[in-house]
Design a protein around this ligand. Structure first.
Ligand code: 2M8
Length: 432
């Protein structure tokens, strides 16, 4: 592996800051230079989480820049485009055509899909850590209505199964696009060939897969990004445990923020309870949460990292939380990986140590699981996740993801969430 000489904590922190500075364009941070030249939704939430302890204003600017792209429906888009680089990434604004949609913001170009709603959790991190309490309270008052609208959108438009969970309508919405969880529902879609250019990377899925992504996105766009179309016709609708686990955790964060904004926390507490019940009734099976394919009418059997998402909920029943931890620590996931946490069960036939979301370990999911372990009092597991993640970036740099066996870096370099969350993990390991 491409080992670097040992980097001490202070040097690692400085390197993380220089990656974040280099990837900053105006008030937003792009995920990686070249590869992802725009602002991505959950990437920015992770960046804000990493900044929260150190720079309240910059964390706030990051989130507000993303929320400038929020649609009047409440939908927070998965990409806010950088106008000067409009077509530097496919699919760009000319594919999404947000400017033609009456609910899209004017003067900002965005995609038409969303991503895991991590933003309230990010704002709560900023709120909890901010030194200037008045400034933080002003931020919460400003941003709370936007977050509430985001959650209302999910409840009103994305509860396609009618049981209180939000459905994703495209693999891009999961943030774990290439995960084998989507293989079967994608294979049921027509194989139309499109002409486009995208950067070839060995980590990426083949064009045959990507064509289906494009087909799905165009179908949704051509419906006018219509909610009724999603309910009745759209061929891809999945209740994903990571998306919903994050939503639940963000409902709990909103409940904490609501009084600061002069609002009632109860609707958010009730929403969290509803999501918890639906997760347990619909997605829990055999020691892990599974994605539910609403169109195929069944749980997708693949065991993947997303199945641990509901562990973010401190209110998860004890026996469920402990069963999840057992699965996480077993040879299916951490137990057989040198560098946790593989994004897919190691024993699964679809496991691939080097392809995006089909096996590699990621800093963002390690951070989420470290947090989940903490809220369930599993401090040794949390410490292990922190140490292993810091070892990865120390050895291989702030790569997009990492080989779970030898820790070598994969995908993009100077990746923003890897750098930002390192700042948070460093602070945490210094405290423990
Ligand atoms: C990856 O997703 C984009 C599409 O949104 C892509 O594959 O081009 C994912 O890893 C996603 O989680 C991430 O937000 C995005 C930017 O880092 O890249």
């Amino acid at each position: 592996m491409e080992a670097r000489s040992a980097v001490d904590d202070a040097a690692l922190g400085r390197e993380a800051w220089s990656v974040l500075d280099a990837n900053r364009t105006g008030s937003a941070t792009v995920p990686a230079p070249g590869l992802y030249p725009h602002q991505w939704s959950w990437d920015s939430a992770f960046v804000a989480i990493g900044l929260a302890r150190w720079d309240t204003r910059r964390a706030a600017a990051e989130l507000l820049s993303l929320l400038a792209g929020q649609w009047r429906t409440g939908m927070v888009p998965h990409i806010v485009f950088h106008p000067a680089r409009a077509e530097a990434y496919f699919p760009g604004p000319s594919v999404w055509r947000s400017h033609d949609h009456p609910a899209a913001p004017t003067g900002v170009l965005t995609s038409g899909l969303t991503q895991p709603p991590l933003h309230a959790l990010a704002v709560r991190q900023v709120w909890r850590h901010a030194a200037d309490r008045d400034e933080a309270a002003a931020l919460v008052r400003r941003i709370y209505p936007m977050l509430a609208a985001q959650h209302d959108y999910l409840a009103a438009t994305r509860d396609l199964g009618g049981a209180g969970l939000a459905a994703i309508v495209h693999p891009w919405e999961s943030g774990m696009d290439d995960s084998p969880v989507w293989d079967e529902p994608l294979e049921a879609l027509p194989a139309v060939r499109y002409a486009y250019r995208r950067e070839e990377l060995p980590e990426r899925h083949p064009d045959s897969h990507h064509d289906r992504y494009v087909w799905l996105a165009l179908r949704y766009r051509d419906s006018g990004y219509d909610g009724a179309y999603l309910r009745l016709d759209h061929p891809f609708a999945i209740e994903d445990p990571m998306f919903n686990g994050i939503w639940l955790a963000s409902c709990q964060a909103l409940a904490e923020l609501a009084p600061v904004a002069g609002s009632d926390p109860r609707p958010h507490e009730e929403a969290a309870a509803r999501i918890r019940t639906a997760l347990l009734e619909r997605l829990w099976s055999d020691g892990l949460f599974h994605a539910l394919d609403l169109r195929g009418g069944r749980l997708i059997p693949v065991r993947a990292i997303g199945g641990f998402g509901p562990l973010l909920d401190p209110g998860l029943p004890f026996e469920v939380a402990m069963a999840l931890v057992a699965t996480l620590e077993s040879a299916r996931f951490m137990g057989a990986a040198g560098y946790p946490v593989p994004s897919c069960e190691i024993r699964a036939p679809q496991f691939d140590r080097s392809r995006y979301w089909r096996g590699p370990s990621w800093v963002n999911t390690n951070w989420l699981l470290r947090r989940a372990a903490t809220v369930h009092g599993r401090t040794e597991l949390a410490r292990q996740l922190t140490a292993a993640t810091l070892r990865l970036v120390r050895q291989a740099g702030f790569r997009e993801c990492f080989d779970p066996f030898d820790g070598s870096g994969r995908g993009g370099r100077d990746f923003s969430w890897s750098a930002a969350l390192t700042l948070d993990l460093l602070a945490d390991s210094a405290e423990s």
